[in-house]
Design a protein. Structure first.
Length: 390
């Protein structure tokens, strides 16, 4: 068995030709969506068995064969497996859980368009994902029939953007926008690019990670024409496979800037060594780590959520210990629609009369003196904005 046919070790797919395996259409048509098929790939735990077998009240499951083949069939703690396979913990609700933790529905002037900040909007163009991640912030609409993909809704959102000239930045998301056909995606991008005051278009997608065969020469031609930035979503170094590297290489070679966001999750990536390995792997494939997100308090995700201090400790062990490009910003998305709030370890020891006492990554203390005018007064009258954490 050659390296390209690694999936054949799983009996369910041992007779699938490579040319079919590596197509997006075949992968989507053969997603694992029920317990009987999942049993043919994994040795299920009782918790997984009961969660996947639930007939109602369950967030939809859909696992592409590509992703399923990456899962450890015998280890329920496998980070690839935990992101895709339901467990009973999803139904143990916390008092902190929220249906819409980012407050998107309350900032939606037309269906599928979230307008919270004056100069930018979030445009939801589809409810479908190639894989339904168990920690999904938008699980209230993803995998449902919310209708954001209807042409009339997208046109209404585009008309709203045209009418609000302060909007200069549009993030296209969903669901996953790359589940749209090349033609539909081309149409959406063309409509946005035709609006004079829209300067910046981004696409938020996990497809190059969960199902990299979606990235084709035809797709790259569409993207290259419209030049959006691509916001990817990586959570663990095991996701950076040969197929993923190829997909990201094709996107980067098309001149598309690539960034990545990572959700901090208990038992998956809540150690600095794992995060550092992930970010190094991303830089090697020309993907810039941009954010580590504290896991949002979305309904059914309490078992994934870490203490906020875990994210701060990871940043502490990255800053100064690796390349600056490999150090993303750690943020908490303020529940209820507060937006991204950056958090950093405290490097300010004290400040008085323009003298800042600071510590560096190694714990050594340094003093920085602000400039003063000729009469000894500080040149700036602006009070510093910071909090000293004792």
């Amino acid at each position: 068995m050659n390296q390209a046919e690694w999936y054949r070790r799983i009996p369910l797919w041992q007779d699938v030709p490579l040319e079919e395996w590596e197509t997006y259409r075949w992968q989507m048509s053969n997603r694992i969506q029920d317990v009987d098929k999942l049993r043919q790939v994994l040795k299920l735990t009782p918790s997984e068995e009961r969660a996947v077998s639930r007939k109602s009240g369950r967030f939809i499951m859909g696992i592409p064969p590509y992703w399923a083949a990456l899962m450890d069939p015998d280890d329920a703690a496998c980070p690839i497996r935990r992101q895709a396979v339901p467990v009973e913990d999803e139904y143990k609700l916390s008092p902190n859980d929220m249906i819409d933790p980012l407050g998107e529905d309350s900032h939606m002037p037309v269906p599928g368009l979230v307008h919270r900040y004056p100069d930018r909007v979030l445009l939801l163009v589809v409810e479908v994902c190639s894989m339904y991640c168990r920690f999904c912030t938008r699980s209230r609409v993803v995998g449902t029939t919310a209708g954001y993909s209807r042409p009339a809704n997208i046109d209404a959102a585009v008309d709203y953007i045209k009418a609000h000239r302060k909007i200069r930045d549009v993030l296209i998301s969903g669901g996953d926008p790359l589940t749209l056909s090349d033609e539909r995606l081309d149409d959406v991008l063309a409509k946005l690019r035709a609006i004079p005051h829209v300067e910046f278009v981004r696409i938020g997608t996990r497809n190059p990670v969960t199902l990299p065969y979606r990235v084709t020469e035809a797709l790259c031609a569409v993207l290259k024409k419209h030049k959006p930035w691509i916001s990817l979503h990586f959570n663990h170094p095991k996701e950076v496979t040969l197929a993923c590297r190829k997909a990201c290489g094709m996107l980067a070679d098309s001149g598309l800037p690539l960034g990545s966001q990572t959700v901090l999750m208990k038992g998956i990536n809540d150690r600095a060594a794992i995060m550092k390995k992930l970010f190094h792997e991303l830089l090697k494939i020309r993907v810039r780590p941009s954010y580590i997100y504290q896991c949002d308090p979305v309904k059914g995700t309490a078992h994934f959520r870490t203490p906020v201090s875990a994210g701060l400790q990871i940043i502490e062990k990255l800053r100064g210990h690796t390349s600056g490009y490999a150090v993303p910003t750690f943020v908490v998305d303020g529940p209820g629609g507060g937006g991204k709030i950056p958090l950093m370890p405290n490097y300010v020891v004290s400040v008085k009369d323009g003298v800042w006492t600071l510590r560096n990554f190694a714990g050594k203390v340094f003093t920085y003196h602000e400039e003063t005018s000729g009469n000894g007064a500080r040149t700036s009258s602006v009070e510093p904005s910071y909090v000293l954490i004792q």
